[in-house]
Design a protein around this ligand. Structure first.
Ligand SMILES: [Zn+2]
Ligand SMILES: [Zn+2]
Length: 138
C-alpha cells in the first residue's frame, strides 16, 4: 500500500517561497525528486513518513462526521492501530490524495474557501510571524 512521505531536502521544496518539504506517495521512502532514500540512516531525518489524514465527510448534524474515510467508506475514520492513518472533518488539513479527489471533499473544501474569503479580514504580523482574523470594528 502506498504511503505518504515528506522530503526535507531544500532542493525538493514544493513551495519555492520558503516552506520546506516535498510530499509524495510511494511504497518506499525514496524521494521521487532527489532520489534520497530515507531507509539510509544518514537520510532518516530528510525523508520521513507522514500521518495520512483522510477526510471524514460531514453527516447532516453539524460537528459530527459520517465516521468513515471519503476515499474508502469501508474503512472507519478512527485512527489506525499504528497511528499512521487518521481522519479529520477539516477539508483543509486532509492530505490523502484520494480523499481530495472525491466529490464530497471538493464540495466542502470549496465551501470553506468561500466562507473564509467573505467573512475574514486577516492581519499578518511579520515581526511575530503570526496571522489571524482582524479585530471587529466598533
Ligand atoms: Zn527529495
Ligand atoms: Zn483517504
Amino acid at each position: 500500500m502506498a504511503t505518504l512521505y515528506r522530503c526535507l531536502n531544500p532542493k525538493c521544496a514544493d513551495d519555492p517561497s520558503g516552506k520546506l518539504g516535498h510530499d509524495f506517495t510511494a511504497d518506499v521512502p525514496v524521494c521521487d525528486k532527489c532520489g534520497v532514500d530515507g531507509r539510509d540512516p544518514r537520510f532518516a531525518r530528510v525523508v520521513h513518513r507522514l500521518v495520512v489524514l483522510h477526510y471524514d465527510p460531514p453527516s447532516p448534524v453539524e460537528g459530527i462526521g459520517l465516521g468513515h474515510r471519503a476515499c474508502d467508506p469501508s474503512k472507519t475514520s478512527r485512527a489506525s492501530s499504528d497511528g499512521m492513518q487518521m481522519a479529520t472533518g477539516d477539508p483543509e488539513s486532509v492530505n490523502c490524495a484520494k480523499c481530495r479527489e472525491t466529490g464530497v471533499w471538493k464540495e466542502n473544501h470549496r465551501r470553506t474557501e468561500v466562507f473564509e474569503a467573505a467573512d475574514f479580514e486577516v492581519i499578518i504580523d511579520p515581526a511575530k510571524k503570526t496571522f489571524g482574523p482582524a479585530p471587529k470594528a466598533g
